[in-house]
Design a protein around this ligand. Structure first.
Ligand code: S3P
Length: 431
């Protein structure tokens, strides 16, 4: 069992380029595998989750070469996937499992999909239900809510679907199923979620329209060609260093080429309102590519904030680290409408409140968020992260501003999204 030991930091200084964006890396492999010809992916996230996606497509007969953050896919077109002799394994990756269900539902062969112990506890019904409305036949435990799932071959037809929860994974699963379905698949979002699938469609010249909160694709789509995809740094990984730089006194950190897609920058907006000194300089991105920029973070005194509504999906993975920031902010921070945090890699509402409370914070869990009173001094202690990568990295940042040593147990899953996190952190800590 891996553990992470963190000591209080005097100051953080330096420049980092965080690894590639996880959501974009998954989608680049998926679309590249369906394209005709070569797709090259630059600055691919070489993490356990994204490698699970690569291995699944290899099992579906796609030739994929990967070395570090460089990937080359030799695609043979939209209808070239072959049945896998093995059960497909998404590992710890909810994004792989959920989006893939849509893609597999459109194939002319049966597949089986599973995941690790944590993923086998996470709900799949949110994807299975609309896919069934499209004609898919998916079976498995608890009325096909849990992996392992069997996806049988069926003809799909487009539907209009109002997403009951703002979820980019569900939207993306339906858009991928829509590539193979007959007619229009239209998804209506309750509030905007990350639009990397739509952007990736446009990069591969797949027609996809977006009007207000309605996104649609008309299938079956025509074959499309491979291309080169440049993946920006993952803002969800940068988030840990952004908050660390704000909280540790006398710090200045430059984070280069971070993805700045507006559907992902909710944390920057909230921290801005909390008084964070953050300089954002956008870099010019070619048309159709994901926007990115350089971020400079200076230590700052923070005040409390209220986070709810449309902001929530724009920073859904950043709540654990925002909770850490809120323990050091002046006043009462209120987080509402984030009930989906309960079904992430762990129950993040519970895990963050138990752990931060143990460190001395004033944090109360709610059904859909937290009430956090700050600022409170934190004390280092031994903490569990329930195998959740984002909880582990958030607690490591809390450890930088705590008194004494913080030990986080069971941290191997940091590698699912951010291999090299510990060495990046060490690089920034200055005496
Ligand atoms: C993701 C969407 C989000 C996010 C996850 C990645 C994606 O999940 O939490 O880490 O790549 O589409 P939901 O769609 O469940 O909100």
């Amino acid at each position: 069992m891996k553990k992470l030991i963190v000591h209080p930091a005097v100051k953080l200084r330096g420049t980092l380029e965080v690894p590639g964006d996880k959501s974009i890396s998954h989608r680049a492999v998926m679309l590249g595998s369906l394209a005709y010809g070569t797709t090259r992916i630059r600055h691919f996230l070489n993490s356990a989750d994204c490698v699970s996606t690569i291995n699944i497509f290899r099992n579906l007969g796609v030739r994929i070469y990967q070395k570090g953050d460089q990937v080359a896919i030799t695609g043979r077109g939209l209808n070239s996937l072959k049945p896998s002799v093995k059960i497909l394994d998404a590992g710890n990756s909810g994004t792989t499992a959920r989006i893939l269900l849509g893609l597999l539902a459109g194939q002319p062969f049966t597949s089986e999909l599973t995941g690790d112990q944590s993923l086998r506890r996470r709900p799949m019904k949110r994807v299975v239900l609309p896919l069934s409305k499209m004609g898919a036949r998916i079976t498995g435990p608890e009325e096909a809510n849990l992996l392992p799932l069997k996806i049988e071959t069926r003809k799909l037809s487009g539907i209009t679907y109002h997403l009951p929860i703002a979820s980019a994974q569900v939207k993306s699963a339906l858009l991928l199923a829509g590539l193979f379905a007959e007619g229009e698949t239209k998804i209506i979002e309750p509030s905007p979620t990350r639009d990397h699938t739509e952007k990736m469609f446009s990069a591969f010249s797949i027609p996809c329209t977006k009007r207000d909160n309605k996104i649609s694709v008309v299938g079956p789509v025509s074959p499309f060609r491979g291309r080169t995809i440049q993946v920006p740094g993952d803002i969800s990984s940068a988030a840990f260093f952004i908050v660390a730089g704000l909280l540790v006194p006398d710090s200045k950190i430059l984070l280069k080429k971070v993805g700045l897609n507006p559907t992902r920058t909710g944390l920057l907006d909230v921290l801005g309102k909390m008084g964070a000194r953050l300089r954002i300089s956008r870099v010019k991105t070619p048309k159709g590519m994901e926007p990115s920029g350089n971020l400079t973070i200076f230590s700052s005194g923070l005040r409390a904030a209220k986070v709810e509504g449309e902001l929530v999906p724009r920073m859904i993975d950043e709540f654990p680290i925002l909770a850490v920031a809120a323990t050091q902010a002046q006043g009462t921070t209120l987080i509402r409408g984030a009930q989906d945090l309960k079904v992430k890699e762990s129950d993040r509402i519970l895990m963050m409140s138990v752990s931060l409370k143990k460190m001395g914070a004033h944090i109360e869990p709610r059904e859909d968020g937290w009430v956090i009173q700050g600022p409170t001094p934190l004390k280092g202690c031994r903490l569990s992260c329930a195998g959740d990568h984002r909880v582990a990295m958030s607690l490591a940042v809390a450890g930088l501003v705590a008194k004494g040593t913080t030990t986080i147990l069971d941290t191997e899953n940091i590698d699912t999204s951010f291999p090299g996190f510990e060495s990046c952190l060490k690089k920034l800590i200055k005496p």
